[in-house]
Design a protein around this ligand. Structure first.
Ligand code: COA
Length: 212
């Protein structure tokens, strides 16, 4: 079956946002967002699809999503857009988790990281918010097609460079980004005691990414 690549908006079917949430949870199970649960993640992604500062390209096979990439021109702006809109529908699922002190701290760390990183390391505000391909579809070039579409999306928005934050343990992602021409910039701790690796994708590399 063939895979097509398409921008995603808020009017996409609920099944697609559910696929995105499930792929996210399967591929990045230890991240903070995965811990919120599938229904919460599904709602967050639907809100994000309506945010002017964010965009998504989905890999679709028979109207189901098998991979996705999200870019943002300003992650703080994405939070400012999504959080008030999510407050009503997400209050209960978030409250159950946020009441745990460790979870409350992780929420605070997640919210403060975009601005602190931009200021302290002079990094671009734009970044890859998330990027996953379903396990059974990995290694077939789907990721390269999504990454290429993201670069084109950034170029259309006149974004000259962007950052990529990965977990230190995400070795598959490191291999991918380095092969694509991203340059390792620094190591940070979004969450205390957990190392993350920051890559920078610059204008010169934006122009040389080969179409898959
Ligand atoms: C990272 C991820 C999205 C890549 O998706 P994918 O569909 O498997 O990627 P592809 O098949 O297109 O590319 C894989 C290969 O192409 C290479 N590649 C990527 N871009 C390239 C480029 N522009 N030129 C040449 N090679 C390239 C990669 O290094 C990799 O090589 P390998 O097989 O030797 O490891 C996928 O592995 C994934 O979902 N991982 C788990 C979630 C995750 O870690 N996400 C990152 C969050 S920051």
């Amino acid at each position: 079956m063939s895979i097509r690549f398409a921008p995603l908006d808020q009017h996409a079917s609920p099944a697609i946002f559910r696929d995105i949430a499930e792929i996210h949870q399967a591929e990045i199970p230890n991240g903070f967002l995965a811990s919120l649960g599938t229904p919460t993640l599904q709602k967050l992604y639907k809100q994000m699809a309506g945010c002017p500062a964010a965009f998504c390209v989905a890999a679709l096979e028979a109207e189901r999503c098998v991979g996705f990439i999200w870019g943002s021109s300003d992650t703080s702006a994405v939070y400012r857009y999504c959080l008030p809109r999510c407050a009503g529908s997400l209050a209960l699922p978030l409250a159950a988790r946020v009441l745990r002190p460790t979870m409350l701290f992780r929420v605070w760390e997640t919210l403060r990281y975009p601005s602190t990183q931009s200021e302290s390391h002079e990094l671009p505000r734009a970044e890859i918010l998330n990027f996953c391909v379903r396990g059974d579809q990995q290694g077939r070039g789907v990721g390269q097609r999504l990454f290429q579409a993201l670069c084109e999306g950034f170029q259309r928005r006149n974004v000259p460079s962007f950052r990529i934050v990965t977990g230190e343990e995400q070795t598959t992602a490191h291999r991918f980004y380095e092969a694509a021409g991203a340059v390792k910039h620094s190591q940070i701790q979004v969450h205390k005691g957990v190392a993350s690796r920051v890559y920078l994708y610059q204008p010169s590399t934006l122009q040389t990414v080969s179409a898959a």
